[in-house]
Design a protein around this ligand. Structure first.
Ligand code: SF4
Length: 255
């Protein structure tokens, strides 16, 4: 060993290269300095990853209009690697619909078909949501804004983990800030619990007004649940009628 730790590391690195080239020459002795640094590497890597995960989302310049801001945010999400869900996705599922909508539907996370198409609420449950919007509310699907709390598909459609929700929720917060809807409709327990920071059941959260960062929020059942339990459709229709009252100005819930 020399008196220069850096030089020791360089020499050890040379030995590593030589050992790799001549693996039968025996074992390799490392300086204590190098061994300690190697042991620290994984810890340092974890710290760097944690710091990266805590980095604030790059906000668009304030001079950019909300529609352009949403496009910039969508591109940020497209490249996001803030949680492990990035590894299994085909593509991110950012949102669909009008960036100036009065009504935002928020679901939980993309499923297989959403992951394939890059759009939220497609497939059978998406068709039911479309029916609720078009046949029930007499609106066009493209007039509302539809998104999920989580932008990447969890493997095998498992429930998103708390750390995945924490990592992805800032994107939703920014989406809602840019869209500025009059009302939010949370579809299903996972969306409701994430938005309202509660463990209460969907049933107990239904039937009253909540607020998400000052925006009136109504909780109703997820369309996938309604497909499994058609008898609950009447309750969802009651929830949707309350949402329509806000949209029409008939009521103005206040926090
Ligand atoms: S789920 Fe959200 S936080 Fe995680 S990688 Fe996808 S976009 Fe990023």
């Amino acid at each position: 060993m020399s008196n220069d730790p850096l030089q020791d590391i360089i020499e050890d690195a040379k030995k590593l290269v030589q050992a790799a080239a001549h693996p039968r020459k025996g074992t390799l002795s490392l300086s204590p300095e190098t061994a300690a640094r190697l042991e620290n590497l994984s810890a340092v890597a974890k710290e760097v990853r944690a710091e990266a995960a805590m980095e604030p989302i790059a906000a668009a310049p304030v001079s950019v209009d909300p529609i352009e801001r949403l496009k910039i945010l969508a591109e940020t999400v497209r490249q996001c690697q803030q949680c492990d869900l990035c590894e299994g996705r085909s593509q991110t599922v950012f949102a669909q619909g009008s960036p100036t909508a009065d009504l935002v539907f928020v679901g939980e996370a993309p499923g297989e078909e959403e992951d394939r198409q890059g759009l939220p609420f497609v497939g059978p449950s998406g068709q039911l949501l479309t029916d609720i919007i078009t046949k029930g509310m007499k609106m066009k699907r493209e007039d509302v804004y539809i998104c999920n709390v989580i932008k990447c598909r969890p493997p095998n459609n498992r429930d998103p983990l708390p750390e995945e929700k924490d990592a992805c929720e800032p994107y939703l917060l920014q989406q809602l800030d840019y869209v500025q809807p009059k009302v939010i409709c949370a579809l299903g327990g996972h969306a409701a619990k994430t938005l309202l920071k509660t463990d209460a059941s969907t049933g107990s959260l239904r039937g009253k007004w909540h607020f998400y960062h000052g925006i009136p929020l109504r909780v109703t059942y997820h369309p996938a649940y309604l497909l499994r339990s058609p008898s609950e459709k009447a309750k969802t229709w009651a929830d949707i009628q309350e949402v329509m009252k806000v949209l029409s100005g008939e009521i103005s819930p206040t926090p």
